[in-house]
Design a binder for this molecule. Sequence first.
Ligand code: AMP
Length: 419
Amino acid sequence: MLTTAPRGTKDIMPADVKAWRYLEETMRRICAQYGYKEIRTPVFEHTELFLRGIGETTDVVEKEMYTFTDRGNRSITLRPENTASAVRAYIEHKLYAEPAPTKLFYIGPMFRYDRPQAGRYRQFHQFGIEALGIQGPNIDAEIILLAVQILQSLGLKDLKLKINSVGCPKCRPLHREKLQAFFKPHFDELCKDCQSRYARNPLRLLDCKNPHCHELGDGAPSLEECLCDECREHFEGLKKLLTAAGIEYEIDHNLVRGLDYYTKTAFEIQYQPLGAQSAVCGGGRYDGLIEEVGGPATPGIGFAMGMERVLLALESQNLLPAEMESMDVFAVCPNQEYFPTVFKTVIDLRRAGLKAEFDFQGRSMKAQMKQANKVNARNVLIFGEDEFARGQVVLRNMATSEQKEIAITDIITNLQAEV
Ligand code: AMP
């Protein structure tokens, strides 16, 4: 146990970090194009924030939170998502006093006591967007485009964008009644969770993972029929903008977020080849959330993208860049008497901005050359005895095998010219 990471967590090893950085850099670059600024919130918050901000009837809150009492007797929870924290920070730092929209993005680890499997972990990473302060569908379309642009610029094809409108507290009660009437004859057949959702939150019956509940939901009254004029207009506006931008989408009435503060737009981007965990990105509008968490009534919309899932998708399509790590120079020191000079040279090279490495163990010349190959050194400096006596070293270009003698005092200028 001591030598394995906890279930559902993973080390990101040096060989994997390149792919992570590539993904993060792509996300940061595209966020800058769209004018989104990074926010970094604590990885833990007061539990109450998530009870309010995610909702007490959700699976995340009911079953998946890492909650503990700290030494000061406060209930603390490791963040299972970042929206609630971003909204808390928005209120705490009075960002609502600045001109709307407030455009934020985040990248970081989230924690859920989920059942681990491929694409589902207990510590996982999300990239996400929150756009606060704007009412109409224009910003909904913008953030969907941002998500799509990231995935497309990584080279992913076969993405499926699903959208829906979950209405608002004005139009949902009618749908709620219709849903309850629809499911009533089948109440006894519903799973335990759905039986409890039936009264508390019947909209969530539509996204139950249980296959039988799913079947029972076939033909359930759709929210679209019940939308009020404002929600209908908003949804039509969004569809128009997506079409104008040339983005294909599918309307999925079962795409729901069943809490009062989730309003209007809900969307998901799927990458089908990932199978059961095909959702790479999910989001929606939450016009009631900021008020719920204690701020002024402010509209908002956001999404979160699962980084591990995007990486799985990229890996499966061979879309990860195969760029090799390399060193600019490796200093070979066959005689330990010269080591202080070699050490000083390497340090000076590093101070000059070059990537330089040497052998720490006083090994044979052959072993040091082997190591130079292993670290993919583009040049090697050999501090041979004859040359050293004359204040010279051999500089070898590893790609061409060309070598020349240079003065020890000219090493930096020569290497800067090579690199
Ligand atoms: P959610 O915050 O549940 O809407 O999830 C947003 C995205 O985060 C999903 O579409 C997944 O890509 C990813 N995600 C959610 N839960 C997990 C998990 N346990 N492990 C890995 N990725 C996850």
